[in-house]
Design a binder for this molecule. Structure first.
Ligand code: FES
Length: 361
């Protein structure tokens, strides 16, 4: 067993940063609503390039809660000239979100991964339409702040229960290139929409302004129902699939995975799997009826990148260089990435006698 890629303890109480993570100090912490916080981190000069990000990306936090290391993904909400920051909303029984909203303090150190994710924006996309709800605003806020420095136009439709539950309301109304229409499900307010951003509402919005169909890109972020509804309506209006970007925060129950396949039916027996991780070659024997690639690596004491373990983020992405591996679920890799051989190792099972997979490719 080599040194790289493993989680090991320095002492009883001191845990080393997981691979790809660095310890960053919280430089600013403020309430955004009564159940959500904005957390900014000080990035040392020598790590600035490692933490440069594309608007829309996320970072993983690895924190100890109740004596156990927990890992969660949070979207970056910073603008181009701001410190790296995320916003965390408390969710029911959420260990990390409860810790962040009640125990975290300025000056604390937190293990943070380098930015990742495909839900990204670039300045060629000058006209952007976004449908978001709740904490789904975080990556879109970063996109909106970057758009302030470009010639562009973001039409944002943002659903929440009420004004006091709306994250970053005052920041959004000050942006000049973003026009936000709020939709409140528990409040009627003149000039704003009322009700949830469901299929009917999204359809109504588009019918009232057909120019929305001319956007360069569409960003959907928030609860699964919103994403599913908005995606269906946009496709119904003829928007090309490759213009629609969406980011799920939890493993979906309503939407079908893009690439659902049961791998175990394809290959029977034990596969010889070589995994390249940090230039180290790890040899594994995996029975796809019992274990996926990430589980097998963890069982052998390695700590490759991962976060959600549910096919939603893409932290565990690797590339198949030889042989076959099939994914059970995939909610984050694009069709192009899958065609190029990329897999989510938390969902990937070997599907041939010999497989070579690289995290470094
Ligand atoms: S760990 Fe999130 S997709 Fe695999």
């Amino acid at each position: 067993m080599g040194l790289f890629g493993k989680l090991f303890k320095k002492s009883e109480n001191e845990v080393s940063a997981p691979k790809g993570f660095h310890s960053l100090v919280v430089s600013e912490l403020k309430n955004v609503t009564n159940d959500s916080v904005y957390v900014a981190f000080e990035v040392p000069t020598d790590l600035k390039s490692a933490y440069s990000f594309t608007p829309g990306q996320y970072v993983n936090l690895s924190v100890e809660v109740d004596g156990k290391q927990e890992r969660r993904s949070y979207s970056i909400c910073s603008g181009p000239a701001e410190n790296l920051a995320v916003a965390i909303k408390k969710v029911d029984n959420g260990k990390v979100s409860t810790w962040a909203t009640s125990d975290l303090k300025v000056g604390d150190s937190v293990f943070i991964s380098q930015p990742e994710g495909n839900f990204t924006w670039s300045k060629e996309k000058g006209f952007v339409v976004a449908f978001v709800a709740g904490s789904g605003i975080t990556p879109v806020l970063s996109i909106a702040k970057h758009l302030e420095h470009e010639i562009g136009d973001l039409r944002l439709f943002y659903g929440n229960k009420s004004e006091d539950k709306t994250m970053f309301l005052s920041d959004l109304v000050q942006l000049k290139n973003t026009k936000t229409v709020f939709s409140f499900s528990e409040l009627a307010k003149e000039g704003q929409l009322s009700g949830r951003l469901n299929k009917d509402k999204v359809s109504e919005i588009i019918k009232s302004d057909l120019n929305l169909l001319k956007a360069d890109a569409y960003y959907l972020c928030g609860p699964e129902a919103l994403i599913k509804d908005a995606k269906e309506v946009l496709e119904l209006f003829g928007v090309a699939k490759n213009k629609i970007h969406y980011e799920l925060f939890t493993t979906p129950v309503l939407m079908k995975s893009e690439e659902t396949t049961v791998a175990t039916a394809i290959f029977e027996g034990v596969s010889n799997v070589s995994v390249i991780l940090d230039q180290e070659r790890i040899e594994l024997k995996i029975d796809p009826a019992k274990m996926n690639v990430l589980q097998s690596l963890n069982d052998e004491g390695y700590d490759p990148p991962y976060s959600c373990r549910g096919g939603v983020c893409c932290s565990c992405k690797a590339k198949v260089l030889e042989g076959k591996a099939m994914m059970k679920l995939n909610y984050s890799l694009t069709e192009e990435e899958v065609n190029a051989g990329y897999i989510l190792t938390c969902q990937a099972y070997p599907a041939s006698e010999k497989v070579v997979i690289s995290y470094d490719a």
